[in-house]
Design a protein around this ligand. Structure first.
Ligand code: SF4
Length: 285
């Protein structure tokens, strides 16, 4: 059954975010996961609205803070399938500190960045992913810097599943989402999701012309980190497919068990009493 609820998205006609919503919905349906077992923690931006358009549980929190919320939810109830979602501004500017530590920590969840290479909700300002030369409302003479390579940062942070997708290729995007959810650890999926209204350069046609599928690169080995760096460098990060995966690093939930930490809160028999309430208050005083 479809995951979409009855709320009509108010994204602009032709926005890539519609495809991300459809791709996530279809991927979880294909995986047989029930909406009540899925949580989407979103940031702020056009992309962040996605948490309100499904029958899964949704949280839209502070700008750039979707990851701490998502990790907290997953650690409290490890039976849930947890997504953090947001834009490139949300994730790679204000939220980059959280992303770095989430990748290092390796909680078993999926982070989807809907990358339109600028801030859209606030009317088209430059983001860390904006292309050099792009004219935006904050760079009237064009962006003077090269875009941030979030993919190479992710590799340096020991991410265990790294992929890129394009909203113009629904089949590949869905396969990547499914693989990311099935991965036993933290997955980062950066989706090129064009902004029809503010980004005049990075259009669907532009991506079609510039993106290379990793499946078309003969012999590409996505378990080889050095090869992943090399291909990203060679293609200016403009590749789609699974860039890197590492099945050997233990996820954080196992690490907690090894250190004999408490069971997740959802599995603890918590009887809420005045005494417990007062002891929790004492902890925060
Ligand atoms: Fe999509 Fe851009 Fe419109 Fe936002 S402003 S809904 S990103 S097309």
């Amino acid at each position: 059954k479809d995951y979409k609820n009855d709320v009509k998205p108010d994204w602009c006609a032709g926005c890539g975010d519609f495809s991300v919503l459809a791709g996530i919905n279809r991927a979880v349906v294909n995986l047989g996961i029930k909406p009540e077992n899925v949580v989407i923690s979103a940031g702020i931006g056009c992309s962040g609205k996605i948490s309100g358009y499904t029958r899964a549980y949704g949280v839209q929190g502070l700008h750039g803070r979707s990851l701490p919320v998502a990790q907290g939810i997953k650690l409290a109830n490890q039976d849930l399938t947890v997504f953090a979602m947001g834009g490139d501004g949300d994730g790679y500017a204000i939220g980059i500190g959280h992303a770095v530590h989430a990748m290092k920590r390796n909680v078993n969840m999926t982070y989807v960045v809907m990358d339109n290479q600028l801030y859209a909700l606030t009317k088209g300002q430059m983001s860390p992913k904006s292309d050099e030369g792009l004219i935006t409302t904050t760079t009237l003479e064009g962006v003077m810097e090269k875009p941030l390579s979030a993919m190479k940062i992710a590799l340096s942070c020991e991410v265990t599943f790294l992929a890129q997708a394009f909203t113009g290729d629904m089949k590949e995007m869905m396969q990547i989402f499914e693989e990311a959810v099935n991965h036993d650890g933290f997955s980062l999926v950066n989706v090129f999701s064009p902004c029809k209204t503010y980004n005049y350069k990075n259009t669907p046609a532009w991506y079609k012309e510039h993106l290379t599928k990793l499946s078309d690169i003969e012999g590409y080995d996505n378990t080889n980190k050095l090869e992943a760096y090399r291909v990203l460098e060679e293609h200016n990060d403009l590749v789609t497919g699974v860039i890197y995966k590492n099945e050997k690093k233990p996820h954080y939930e196992d690490t907690l068990r090894n250190y004999k930490r408490d069971e997740p809160i959802a599995h603890q028999n918590l009887e809420f009493s005045e005494e417990l309430f007062n002891s929790l208050c004492d902890e925060f005083r």
